[in-house]
Design a protein around this ligand. Structure first.
Ligand SMILES: Cc1ncc(C[n+]2csc(CCOP(=O)(O)OP(=O)(O)O)c2C)c(N)n1
Ligand SMILES: [Mg+2]
Length: 804
């Protein structure tokens, strides 16, 4: 094993990229190379310590990715210590987390304790996490492809703020940088994001591809980069290919060098990887066999001993510090930039290049050998600058004044927009919840201009059908290049005006739901990332939420704040058919952390929940909010929004018809089927006197509150949850009929609260085209089905005299 990190003067060698700026001085390069060694060591040691030195209690392998980290060490060293500016933001590929934490440690932003506790509770996280880590994570990563994708939308969000002068103009725009694995290109969301970025002429994005030609299981297809490069160039990105380091380029210029380059250029990925791993005499044998006959090759090979030859053949651009710095420093414009940096997975470690190295861990002997090679004394493993001799003082000074080291709080503090007025209920006797949402939004610019100015809406090509049309007519579409609506210029009538301007407040996306969620994730982080609070609202057909679910989860995981409106939903959108009718989304609403879901039955509930949602977004302990809406026009109850009603709606439910004390029967409904619940009530009220009808506005809020009370620790005070109080009037043996246009599990858990028997009605099979009466009958959520359930409950004794 050898450590490939020579220190010395490198001047004017040709590199694979065009250099526009002066090369970094020798001292800077020396420092970076020394730091690179430290990052390689610390990232390896963090993992080694977690797996070999910490006591284990559960028999599980702790894990960590020494090979994947080593692959990115040079890239990250160059970026963090020399290239990143304060305003830049970076997504680090998930499996380089140890290298990232090591860099933060050297910058003084990470503690030794947390490194020692890597992957244990409270320690540095296995994948960089905005919310769980304590060092400076700009974007969480973990799910392949999403860390790269979000940088495009963060750049769009930054542009949105700059164009509206919400960010100071004198500060240069930050570059949104992703250091990503090459296998991330297998994820479709990467290409969806690239295309959307192109449509929006996105600037200030850098993607640095750690091109080690390995994924988790395998060696990647040959010449993948040709394809990748083509994609980027087609979409207007600048592409920098950092293929060979300077030593190899120097060798290429010598007799026999052209042959060597030809061989390397056509070498299959698996052969190259196997040779990297085999090392020793293998390179010489193979090169002699393949090109030994060509002029100059034998003589060229003879100049290197085996170790030097292996070092030469692995001298790739992604591990050549000068090559990297030159490439990064060469960028002079704000066009999107792609760096394809050739690397070796496990570079500098004994399993470099091995196809199975993704989860590989160095043995005790191997880490010992690395320690010795790096000159780190025993006992000094955690010392930031161990093994660097007299360079230590210089490095301490260098890092002490580093801008990323001195800014302990990287997240910005955004001034909060004040929300004072309550959102009023839109007037009307009959209305759908979707219509209520559209009208409220339109009215907001009049009733709450300060709030309305900070609202930004987005939709993946369903702006009109999710009822954002009125809002967009008023607020226009965001785009950097103003465009008028050609149809109205021609004097042609049309409901929708398509006016594009930098002042526009709606971001129209193509039909890629992943992009919607990544955009929402980015817009919902503008407060900490750019110091400006926005209120993002994304609308989507409810049934397509699962299409982007991982990206939605990704946004929630990093505590991004947005409002998601799923509409229309359920089989209630009837003629549209089964392909568009959502079933499981109420369960997603309950199950997704950091996303509180509501499903309103009436317009005033929409107003109350939306009002609460805006406040929730900018509450430090808040969350994102999901509203599941419907297009079904529903007769509205005549009622005032009292404080009690509002509180009950927000807590998750209320009695529309209160039950008699000790009642044996109740109907609990959610959303669009409140009408059926009331119809059934009217039918059975005489036979089941005292029966109540409850409306659940948020099964999520009810469940959360109840389970938190139930899960309290011994000695903690017990405050009855809202649902317990709600169900209190019912007799302990009461039966509850639940009904929802969605999966019945969303409500059937109510039986667990006080031990009541539940008869759940809902949709568990795929829907189909039809009208509401037919479909509700077919799927048993009509009033007949509710009445039948009441009858069965009565047969079971729920209507016995003395109870109801
Ligand atoms: C969405 C998703 N699917 C699967 C995984 C499991 N996984 C972890 S790493 C990896 C491949 C990593 O390859 P690459 O991105 O090239 O990273 P590197 O070679 O630099 O380690 C996979 C499939 C994941 N993290 N995310
Ligand atoms: Mg890879």
């Amino acid at each position: 094993m050898w450590i490939e990190m020579p220190i010395g003067s490198m001047k004017s060698e040709q590199t694979a990229i065009t250099v526009h700026q002066p090369a970094p001085d020798d001292l800077t390069l020396e420092r970076l190379r020394a730091l690179e060694k430290r990052v390689l060591w610390l990232s390896s040691w963090i993992i080694h310590n977690a797996n070999h030195l910490r006591p284990k209690r559960d028999g599980l392998k702790v894990g960590g990715h020494q090979a994947s980290s080593a692959s990115s060490v040079s890239l990250l060293t160059a970026l963090f210590f020399e290239i990143l500016r304060l305003e830049d933001r970076i997504a680090v590929k998930p499996h380089a987390s140890p290298a990232f934490h090591a860099i933060q440690y050297l910058l003084g932003n990470q503690t030794r304790e947390r490194l020692e506790a890597f992957r244990s509770l409270g320690g540095a996280q296995s994948y960089p996490s905005r919310t769980k880590d304590h060092d400076q994570v700009d974007f969480s990563t973990g799910s392949e492809g999403l860390g790269a994708g979000i940088t495009i939308f963060a750049a769009l969000a930054q542009e949105y703020l700059r164009r509206k002068a919400l960010m100071p103009r004198e500060v240069p725009p930050g570059r949104m940088i992703a250091v990503m694995g090459d296998a991330e290109f297998d994820e479709g969301n990467v290409f969806e994001a690239l295309l959307e970025g192109w449509k929006h002429d996105v600037r200030n994005v850098w993607w640095v591809i750690d091109y080690n030609r390995q994924s988790l299981d395998r060696i990647l297809d040959d010449h993948l980069y040709d394809r990748i490069e083509g994609v980027f160039r087609t979409l207007g990105w600048n592409v920098h290919i950092l293929k060979y380091g300077r030593r190899l380029q120097e060798a290429f210029a010598r007799p026999g060098g052209a042959e060597l380059k030809k061989w390397l250029d056509s070498c299959p990925n698996d052969v190259y990887s196997a040779l990297v791993y085999a090392s020793g005499a293998s390179w010489r044998e193979r090169l002699r066999a393949d090109i030994g006959h060509a002029r100059g090759v034998r003589a060229l090979l003879a100049e290197y001993d085996d170790e030097a030859l292996a070092r030469l053949m692995t001298n790739l651009g992604g591990h050549d510090m000068q090559c990297l710095i030159d490439a990064f420093a060469s960028v002079e414009d704000d066009l999107p930039q792609c760096f394809i940096a050739y690397t070796i997975k496990g570079y500098g470690l004994p399993f470099a290049g091995h196809k199975d190295n993704h989860s590989g861990l160095m043995s005790v002997e191997q880490i010992g050998a690395l320690q010795q090679a790096l000159g780190i004394p025993k006992g000094a493993e955690w010392e930031p600058f161990a093994g660097l001799g007299d360079r230590e003082d210089d490095l301490r000074r260098y890092l002490g004044s580093h801008p990323l080291a001195t800014s302990s709080e990287r997240d910005r503090q955004a001034p909060r927009i004040s929300i004072t007025e309550r959102i009023p209920t839109p007037a009307g006797k009959k209305m759908s919840t979707q219509e209520a949402f559209g009208r409220i939004l339109m009215d907001l610019s009049r009733t709450q201009p300060t709030l309305a100015e900070r609202i930004v809406t987005a939709s993946p090509d369903v702006m009109v059908s999710t009822n954002l049309g009125g809002w967009v007519n008023r607020k226009h579409i965001f785009g950097t290049k103003p465009r008028s609506d050609v149809f109205s210029d021609f004097g042609l009538a049309g409901a929708q005006r398509w006016t594009v301007s930098p002042e526009g407040q709606h971001i129209e996306l193509g039909i890629a739901e992943n992009n919607l969620f990544l955009l929402l994730a980015a817009l919902g982080l503008t407060a900490p990332l750019f110091g400006v609070e926005l209120f993002p609202i994304g609308t989507i057909y409810d049934t397509f939420i699962p299409r982007g679910l991982d990206a939605l989860n990704y946004g929630c995981y990093q505590d991004s704040r947005f409002i998601l409106v799923g509409t229309p939903s359920g089989i209630t959108l009837a003629p549209e058919g089964g392909a568009h009718q959502s079933i499981t989304t109420p369960l997603i609403g309950i199950g997704q952390p950091q996303l509180i879901s509501f499903e309103a039955a009436y317009a005033d509930e929409v107003a109350a929940t939306l009002d609460w949602a805006f406040r929730q977004l900018h509450d430090q302990n808040g969350s994102s909010v999901y509203l599941r809406l419907s297009t079904r026009p529903v007769s509205q109850p005549e009622r005032e929004m009292s404080d009690d009603l509002r509180a009950a709606i927000l807590a998750g439910g209320y009695w529309l018809v209160p039950p008699r004390e000790g009642a044996n029967l109740a109907i609990v409904c959610c959303g669009a089927v409140a009408t059926e619940a009331m119809e059934a009530y009217a039918e059975v009220a005489d036979d089941a006197p005292g029966i109540g009808v409850a409306v659940v506005t948020s099964a999520d809020r009810l469940y959360e509150d109840w389970s938190a009370q139930d899960a309290r620790r011994p000695g903690e005070q017990r405050n009855p949850s809202h649902v317990e109080k709600l169900l209190e009037p019912l007799s302990p043996s009461a039966q509850i009929i639940t009904v929802i246009d969605g999966h019945p599990l969303a409500l059937s858990w109510l039986g667990g609260v006080r031990g009541n028997r539940v008869r759940p009605l809902g949709v568990t099979r795929f829907g189909q085209s039809g009208d509401i009466p037919d479909l509700y009958r077919e799927y048993r959520i009509d009033s007949e089905a509710i009445i039948d359930a009441v009858a069965r409950a009565c047969l079971d004794g729920a209507c016995r005299r003395g109870g109801n």
